[in-house]
Design a protein around this ligand. Structure first.
Ligand SMILES: CSC[C@@H](O)[C@@H](O)C(=O)COP(=O)(O)O
Ligand SMILES: [Zn+2]
Length: 533
């Protein structure tokens, strides 16, 4: 393991990463191994496990010191089977966990780092009793993270049919969230019998893992569930889906319904992928980027000024009678900064004279951004000569090395025809356009929704063309993909002129369709609650 060259652990969300100097010595002894166990890659994972403990406490999975969480320390130079393991301690209040409370183990279970003892009334630290079981999931299934939950649903679901050695469920959309399963698959999870001590589960647990190679969970009767995944994201996502399905089974049982025979709707078609332009700004090498600007980006003190010529506005501004500001969306300065830092030259291209362009980028809502710009060009996207002039001036051999960025699809097509390597809109909100012309912001597919930030969103034109794709994140995050719900959302926007659409997997929304399997409508009468469309 080479330590000195280690960069911050991309496996862990950015806000949890620690900035500190890595330890320089390679691991040659157990002392060095202990030193490695304190590097920031390990610290980041400790921070992640303590954050997950808090989150899982909120979900009721690790109440009363029950349950446990463990994640491998990602290291792209080591096979996963050799990577270190961070483990929550035994008998602790999970919602109060801090990174320094965590244990670090070698891949074969040797404790490399023990948390410091705390004064009375805390017990002296002890590694989780789940350790031997976690190690089996790591070893046999090559897991990247293992979660043990005491969530009440996972306990109750094993009690409904005390003689059953398996939990089975089908015809539930959330089954798709379990690795290796589709909507039409039946989910089967082994149930093992509880023992007085967690460690005594080891034989039946190991046998269950081996006998159910498709399962990524083992239920422990009257106790809880063990869940693992290739990465912490996969383990967590699956854990959420498993708990949802256990909850659904318990509720269906309460309703007197037999959950495995829940009828499905096999007529649902698979959704089409969205056609259109999906261009990621970081994909492919570009030597320079051109940004087209037009009047829609400029906000004025008074709407009445909108129709005035930009030159006049500038002179009015100079006369100090009005305030003029180039209003940019939050991600614009970030993008400019990022491109600038990575050596990409960014130019402004606009029908406005260069003086005006400079003036606007001098006075933005993020201050003077001219330092990120390499030049200003005046021209018309329709005029090929403008582009020829640009190619000559900036000195690119291949016009495809230029990325032309605009909020105007027509202009983008003109630029592309002139040979620039594609086009993408940054963002635009044109208040003059009607509702049906407005852009759509869409959450991405297969993501942890509670961790979403504005930069993770897709931007689509009103007819479903993807105009802006979020940047990819490092492992273990998946490559961005637009929501599978997109075609359905577009219908609600188009047919109902909706301003927003929400698609919920709320368990109530699911169960209400199951109660009367043959009914094609949900109706409420004589109720004090009215359902509004
Ligand atoms: C409520 S105590 C539960 C424990 O005995 C055990 O089942 C458990 O899940 C947690 O083990 P721990 O050793 O605290 O990590
Ligand atoms: Zn337990």
């Amino acid at each position: 393991m080479e330590i000195g060259k280690r960069s911050s652990n991309p496996y862990v969300p950015k806000h949890l990463r620690r900035k500190c100097t890595p330890i320089e010595s390679p691991i040659t002894s157990s002392k060095a191994a202990n030193a490695y166990a304190e590097t920031y890659g390990v610290y980041d994972t400790k921070a992640l496990v303590s954050e997950l403990c808090k989150q899982f406490y909120g979900l009721g999975w690790v109440l009363g010191t029950g349950g446990s969480v463990s994640v491998k320390v990602f290291d792209d130079k080591e096979p996963k089977s050799d990577q270190l393991i961070v483990m929550s301690p035994s008998g602790v209040q999970k919602e109060r966990m801090m990174p320094e409370d965590m244990y670090v183990l070698s891949s074969d279970g040797v404790v490399l780092s023990t948390p410091r003892s705390k004064s009375y009334p805390y017990n002296s630290p002890k590694c989780s009793e789940c350790t031997p079981l976690f190690l089996q999931a790591y070893k046999i299934r090559n897991a990247g993270a293992v979660i043990h939950s005491h969530g009440i649903e996972s306990c109750l679901v094993t009690m409904l049919r005390p003689l059953m050695k398996e939990f089975r469920i089908k015809h539930m959309e959330m089954i798709k969230g379990i690795e290796g399963h589709g909507y039409h698959d039946e989910l089967v999870i082994p149930i093992i019998e509880n023992t007085a001590k967690e460690g005594e589960l080891i034989d039946s647990f190991t046998e269950a893992i081996r006998s159910y190679p498709k399962s990524t969970a083992v239920l422990v009767r009257n106790h809880g569930v063990y869940i693992w995944g290739e990465t912490w994201i996969s383990a967590k996502t699956q854990a959420e889906c498993y708990h949802y399905l256990f909850d659904a089974a318990v509720k269906l049982h309460q309703l007197g319904l037999d959950w495995p025979s829940t009828p499905g709707n096999d007529t649902i078609c698979s959704v089409n992928t969205v056609r259109g332009l999906s261009l990621n700004l970081l994909r492919g090498v570009r030597s320079c980027i051109f940004i087209g600007i037009d009047i829609t980006h400029v906000s004025y003190l008074s709407d009445a000024l909108c129709s005035l010529a930009i030159h006049k506005l500038v002179s009015m501004f100079r006369s100090q009678r009005y305030t003029l500001q180039l209003r940019l969306f939050d991600d614009v300065p970030k993008a400019l900064q990022m491109w600038h830092a990575s050596g990409i030259k960014v130019y402004i291209f606009s029908g406005y004279c260069r003086k005006v362009q400079q003036f606007l980028f001098h006075h933005t809502n993020f201050g003077d951004l001219r330092k990120y710009l390499s030049g200003f060009f005046e021209g018309n996207a329709k005029d090929r000569r403008s582009f020829k002039e640009i190619f000559l001036t900036v000195g690119v051999d291949n016009p495809a090395d230029i990325l032309y960025v605009t909020d105007n699809l027509e202009e983008a097509n003109d630029a592309e025809a002139a040979g620039t390597g594609g086009s993408v809109s940054i963002k635009v909100h044109d208040f003059t356009k009607s509702n049906s012309d407005q852009l759509i912001v869409m959450s991405p597919s297969g993501v942890q929704k509670e961790r979403m930030v504005p930069e993770d969103m897709y931007v689509l034109s009103s007819n479903g063309v993807v105009l802006l794709t979020p940047l990819p994140k490092p492992y273990p995050y998946k490559f961005p993909k637009c929501s599978e719900c997109t075609p359905l959302f577009l219908q609600a926007y188009k047919i109902r002129k909706a301003g927003a659409v929400i698609y919920s997997h709320g368990i109530e929304a699911c169960l209400v369709t199951t109660i009367r399997p043959l009914m094609k409508e949900f109706r409420v009468i004589l109720s004090s609650i009215n359902v509004y469309a």
